[in-house]
Structures are given as C-alpha cells and as structure tokens.
Design a binder for this molecule. Structure first.
Ligand code: NAP
Length: 302
C-alpha cells in the first residue's frame, strides 16, 4: 500500500534573482519566500510574462509554520542573516544551497540538527527592477543535488522534484561534490577575470588578462587533487567554451562591483586559498586576483 506523507513546507531564503526564480520554478509546491523585496514579481521568459505572488515573510518575522525544506538563494554577504534566521525558525530542516562558491558546511556548522544538501545549478536569471520587482530567465539549466536517499525527508523531496519536473538531478554525494568543485574552478576564472577586465564573459577571452586563466586553473586543479576530487580533463578549453557560450552575460561579480556591492570572491577564490593554505599548496595567482578584486570592491561605490 502506498504511504501518504503530509506535503513538504518549502521556504526560499532571498528575494533576489534566484529567490524569485526558485519561487517560480517550485510554484507547484507553494513555497514561502523570505527576504526584503515583497511580491508580486514579474517573471519574463522568452515572450511570456507571469505575475508571481508567492506567500512572503520579511526576515524579521517568524514564518507561519516551521519549514521542512529551506532553499538558500542569497548572496554570501547575507549568510550571517540567513544563519540567524535558520537558527530561530528552521534549526533541523533540510537546507539546499544553490549558491555559487563553497564553504556552506563551515558557514552553517552551528546547525547541528539540519541536513545540508549543497548542490550546483546552471539556471540563470537576472533582476530587472526598473518598474517593479522582476526577473528575466535566461536558462533553466540543470541543478545537481546529493541524493541522501536514506533520509525520509530528502526521499520525499526527491520524489516531489521528479513528480513536478523541477529539473533537479539527484546524484551520489561524491559526484555532487565533484560538480561543486568544477563550478568553483569555472567561477574562479570567469568571475574575477571579467571583473578585472570589466567586460562580458565573451570579451574576456580576447583580453590580455585571459593569460591568467591557465595558471588559475592549474593551481585550482592541484588543490582539488589534494582533496581527492576527480575533475574532467582539458579544463582550460572547457572554461573558454563556457565563456564563449555565455558571451553576452555579465558575471555576477562584474554586476556586484558595478553596483558597489560586496562580491562573492571570498567564497570562490578565497575558499580555494583557504584550502590551499591547509594543504600547503602555493596559489599565488588566486591570491593576486583576490587582492585586486577586493581593491575594486573598496573603490567601486555606485
Ligand atoms: N542569478 C543567477 O543567474 C545565478 C545563477 C546561479 C547561481 N547564482 C547564485 O545564487 C545566489 C543568489 O544570487 P542572485 O543572483 O539571486 O543575487 P541577487 O539578485 O543579487 O540577490 C541577492 C540579494 O540581494 C537582495 N536584493 C533583492 N533585490 C534587490 C535589488 N533590487 N537591489 C539590491 N539588492 C537586492 C536580496 O536580499 P534579500 O535576501 O534580503 O531579499 C537578495 O537575496 C548567489 O550565490 C549566486 O552566485 C545566481
């Protein structure tokens, strides 16, 4: 006989581009959205426009009921606020991180009863807040998450995501980790180099600063190897292809610097540097680009 579970209560933390994107993508599960920008949100996808009005709660308020699942859709600069919210309202929930960068395990370690599912996504959306809070979806991409199939709540979430075609691929935890490292290395090249050149992804391939791509990848691969992470061969060619495929995109780091916001450099190149220090591996190119991006952050006020 099939067992019936109560529906999972899902909360999305963050009302930026990805918070709104996940509110739209998971709308069949009626998620609550927590953040600073209240709905309605306009969602543009191709020629269609959808008005999305999910249930909403500001950061300061308690949610109507404790969530079973929380999707982290914030930037790293908001991690302290998110941790505080999670400690108050969802200390033993399932937490999905679909943020860029690494270090979620360390940042969320006070939540000893929570189940953390750090994944990656190639979904892409940009905020368009000129008239009303809005996003344009560039791509639904693919989302990869670690399958902790022994956990009943995760099992239920896996089932729900398949039933509703959310585009989530559940893989063995070591494969999800390898995906995170791959994305980390891609981001550790494209994000800071486009930021230092202040250009879209495609243009950086023709900028002299692209000469740093090889050394950045070689250093990053050495750190990953020391952590027993298997990465695909020819990373330089595939990262160049990724920059070409997304040639018109402005990386989130360029956007942050132009908006005078703190970037996610500490969770990307900074994370690699911290692991390299623990493993006694020299990563001078990552240290140099981190230093330069931090300088830009300090000087680029809108
Ligand atoms: N955008 C993408 O295509 C994409 C793709 C893959 C991964 N990611 C990753 O997903 C995470 C979230 O990124 P994101 O693109 O959602 O960042 P974002 O749009 O910059 O939003 C980040 C935070 O900015 C605040 N915010 C909302 N509207 C704002 C406005 N009009 N002006 C200034 N700030 C505003 C929100 O704060 P509150 O939380 O207080 O509401 C939001 O959580 C990051 O780790 C990013 O690297 C993004």
């Amino acid at each position: 006989m099939e067992r019936h579970h109560p529906p999972l209560a899902i909360t999305i933390l963050g009302t930026g581009a990805m918070g709104r994107y996940w509110a739209y993508r998971l709308r069949s599960a009626h998620p609550l959205v927590v953040g600073t920008v209240p709905p309605p949100y306009e969602v543009f996808e191709g020629r269609t426009k959808t008005l999305l009005i999910p249930p909403y709660s500001p950061w300061q308020a308690a949610p109507p009921s404790p969530p079973d699942v929380v999707v982290l859709a914030i930037k790293w600069r908001e991690m302290g606020q998110a941790l505080d919210w999670l400690q108050r309202h969802a200390p033993s929930s399932i937490i999905l991180s679909l943020m860029n960068g690494m270090g979620q395990e360390e940042a969320l370690c006070p939540l000893t009863d929570a189940v953390l599912l750090p994944g990656t996504t190639t979904a892409a959306a940009t905020r368009q807040d000129d008239k009303a809070p809005a996003i344009r979806i560039q791509s639904h991409g693919l989302t990869v998450l670690p399958a902790l199939a022994h956990h009943p709540g995760v099992q239920q979430l896996m089932h729900l995501s398949q039933l509703h075609h959310w585009g989530w691929s559940w893989v063995a935890p070591q494969d999800a980790l390898a995906q995170r490292w791959l994305k980390l290395l891609q981001n550790s090249v494209i994000n800071p180099l486009t930021t230092l050149a202040d250009c879209p992804n495609g243009e950086v391939l023709h900028h002299p600063i692209w000469r740093l791509a090889g050394p950045l990848l070689a250093e990053g691969e050495e750190v990953a190897r020391r952590r027993a992470v298997l990465l695909p061969p020819d990373l330089l060619a595939s990262v160049a292809q990724l920059a070409q495929d997304t040639q018109h995109n402005l990386s989130s780091m360029v956007q942050d610097v132009r908006a005078g916001q703190e970037t996610e450099i500490e969770a990307i190149n900074g994370y690699l540097i911290r692991i390299a220090e623990l493993e006694h591996i020299p990563v001078p190119t990552h240290q140099a680009v981190r230093h330069l991006v931090r300088q830009l952050e300090r000087h680029a006020k809108p």
